[in-house]
Unconditional design. Structure first.
Length: 242
């Protein structure tokens, strides 16, 4: 049996002396969508940031069986990991096309000159971006900005895509569109680690899930198990089981 694509063991992160994550164990198998749900302040964003190497952490991180002693963002990108942050962090005064080209810079620097072909692949995933490719990113709607943020991450051809609150600030119809694309990416060989406040939407698209509360894993299981768990339903889904 192959090693998980991503595995965190005893993952711990402290902010200013306050323990934000303590003892988190999490794995993402190749070809999976795994979601992390939980209340605001539970440590979900911290988990992704530390796994990407943007925050110092203690514990062990394994990537496809390789122990990464000191993850840093550049090395993680080189190993096929991409993060779409909650803030999206687009370059507003640059065009859609130029934002996408920047997403492929790591491959260009490594001598791989496939950015234009990859951009066309991204446009096939997000046709609306093709229609807007000459527009400044600052002129896009919220849903289009999220599409661009995901598309820019896909330019690096990641094997693991980490998404932080992709539904934030979006209308329900746009959330469905974005998560439908997330599900389609799995079919293209991209594994997903999805942090999401909209628990129902996340569990409907995921294979497995973790419930994070006060920096620790409170529950884990298949998405269907969590959707039908009374505690999850009462606390995160706004509905009780019969």
């Amino acid at each position: 049996m192959s090693a998980p694509l991503l595995e965190l063991r005893d993952w711990r992160v402290a902010h200013g002396g306050v323990q934000a994550l303590h003892g988190v164990a999490l794995r993402v198998e190749a070809g999976e969508i795994v979601t992390v749900i939980g209340p605001n302040g539970a440590g979900k964003t911290t988990l992704l940031s530390a796994a990407m190497g943007l925050l110092p952490a203690r514990g062990q991180l394994w990537l496809a069986g390789e122990h990464i002693a000191r993850p840093d963002a550049e090395a993680m990108v080189a190993r096929g990991v991409a993060l779409v942050p909650e803030q999206r962090e687009l370059f507003g005064a640059m065009s859609v096309a130029d934002n996408l080209l920047l997403g492929g810079f790591s491959r260009w620097r490594a001598g791989q000159r496939d950015q234009r072909a990859r951009m066309e692949e991204v446009f096939a995933i997000f046709p609306r971006l093709a229609e807007r490719k000459t527009q400044w990113a600052s002129t896009l709607s919220g849903g289009e900005r999220q599409m661009l943020a995901i598309g820019r991450a896909l330019m690096a051809r990641p094997r693991l895509l980490m998404l932080d609150e992709p539904s934030l600030g979006l209308a329900p119809r746009i959330v469905r569109d974005v998560l439908r694309v997330v599900a389609a990416l799995r079919a293209q060989g991209v594994s997903i680690l999805l942090v999401e406040q909209n628990a129902r939407a996340a569990l409907q698209v995921a294979d497995r899930g973790y419930v994070l509360e006060t920096g620790a894993v409170a529950l884990e299981g298949t998405a269907q198990e969590l959707l039908h768990d009374r505690r999850v339903a009462d606390t995160y889904l706004g509905a009780r089981r019969g």
